[in-house]
Design a protein around this ligand. Structure first.
Ligand code: ZN
Length: 440
């Protein structure tokens, strides 16, 4: 790739020599454990149970040896305020996951936490191209969902013009884009596609009739094939932001212009990859679950938090962009999303990669798994790119996809090609593409 001018929000910290970054992490880890032990009843119990005192912890290996972890279940069991390390009146903002799978998990912020969240979100936004002269439209919800506010706190620091349009009302979103001259927008991945569709239905060509040439997307697992399609729709270079409500929200990490992994801000998070089954720490390039220890969070510090996100630490000495913060591969899957059909384990993203590399298909698909008389079956429904494809062509396309999928899955799912816009769209929140109808 040709050399590109690189901008930073905080060049000193983003490009801190690795040795200094490591020393900073080690010092902050000791402080963070000490703080958690003194101020969080939860962590005092956890460390006492393991027979550890803060002065015993000299590095992450001491916590690894003691098999100390924090899980989403811990957060749910301690809902709403059992994980707090400050008095309740020091909490200035709170966010929650949707809780569709049970009790929501929370992100609780002190004033200092918000300040630091804004800092790392600003770094991520500038990494994605945001500048002070941009008009930046925030389409994720500004509500209990941490997405919208993360972009807001970061963008406030960058000093651009903010259009906090929040989620839904897609036609109005497109009108704002045109009327206000939006140059960059943030969105949940699938909504980036939805907005392009709505714009087209309104007679607005996203490439020609808007000034949007930059975009930052997150909240859903997406493949490089999906990025290419989104890039074509908007004529923009899509960036990938990472985060979760429990850790703060978007801004935990981001990909740089090389688009070959996410820099995770190591001065705020100590990251590890572990085997999702055994919890054993894994080495560079080994695929496993991302685990986070927050180094600066005050209201709700987390020690060895199991994110359930599958990634690997890239074995790279330095990134060409100049940032020294450890890179991780794009999130491949959520550990809980692995499918097992006819005895074969696979991630939904493996199917997406095959579907989306075809230029004659759109970006929307659905995977349905069922079991009849103890036999698993899987139907993959995918939209054609163009409407009016005749039945014969659809059949040929479906057969060829079934063969490609068989090569990867070793069983043959049924593929159905449908018209563009035939599958349901999500206006607010994350897309649901996998339905497992097997009982038990
Ligand atoms: Zn980089």
């Amino acid at each position: 790739m040709a050399a590109k001018s690189v901008s930073f929000y905080n060049v000193k910290l983003e490009c801190l020599p690795r040795k200094e970054l490591r020393e900073m992490q080690e010092a902050r880890l000791r402080e963070a454990v000490h703080f958690a032990y003194q101020n969080s009843q939860f962590y005092r119990r956890v460390l006492d149970r393991a027979g550890l005192k803060p002065h015993n912890i000299t590095g992450i290996s001491d916590l690894q040896k003691a098999q100390i972890f924090t899980t989403k279940d811990d957060l749910r069991e301690n809902y709403p305020f059992g994980m707090l390390s400050v008095s309740k009146n020091k909490v200035v903002e709170m966010h929650a996951t949707s809780g569709t799978t049970g009790t929501p998990t929370l992100g609780l912020h002190s004033a200092q936490d918000l300040e630091e969240w804004g800092e790392i979100a600003a770094r991520s936004l500038v990494m994605s191209g945001l500048r002070s002269d941009d008009v930046f439209q925030i389409t994720p919800s500004l509500g209990m969902f941490s997405g919208g506010f993360g972009f807001y706190h970061g963008a406030r620091k960058v000093g651009c013009t903010i259009v906090p349009s929040s989620a839904g009302f897609s036609k109005r979103q497109v009108e704002f884009m045109v009327d206000f001259g939006t140059t960059m927008f943030s969105a949940i991945v699938s909504y980036g596609f939805r907005l392009a569709e709505v714009a087209t239905e309104m007679g607005v060509d996203p490439r020609r009739d808007t000034k949007v040439r930059k975009g930052i997307f997150g909240s859903e697992i997406w493949t490089r094939e999906m990025k290419r399609k989104l890039s074509d729709l908007w004529d923009l270079d899509p960036y990938d932001i990472y985060g979760s409500t429990e850790l703060c929200g978007p801004g935990v990490g981001n990909d740089c212009y090389l688009h070959n992994g996410l820099h995770i801000w190591q001065d705020h998070f100590l990251t590890e990859i572990v085997d999702p089954k055994t919890g054993e720490a894994l080495g560079p390039e080994e695929e496993g679950e991302l685990v986070f220890t927050t180094l600066t969070r005050e209201a709700m510090p987390l020690i060895r938090y199991r994110s359930r996100d599958i990634s690997r630490a890239l074995d790279e000495r330095a990134c060409e962009c100049g940032r020294t913060h450890q890179k991780y591969s794009e999130i491949k899957a959520r550990a809980d999303d692995m499918l097992k059909v006819s005895g074969v384990n696979f991630w939904p993203s493996e199917i997406e990669r095959i579907l989306l590399r075809r230029s004659d298909l759109g970006s929307e698909y659905q995977i349905r798994v069922d079991r009849v008389n103890s036999i698993d079956s899987m139907i993959v429904t995918v939209e054609a790119r163009d409407s009016g494809l005749d039945l014969g062509r659809k059949e040929i396309l479906a057969k060829s996809l079934e063969k490609d999928l068989h090569d990867v899955l070793l069983f043959t799912p049924k593929v159905v090609i449908v018209e563009p816009n035939a599958l349901p769209r999500v206006e607010v929140g994350k897309a649901k593409r996998v339905y497992d109808d097997r009982s038990g």
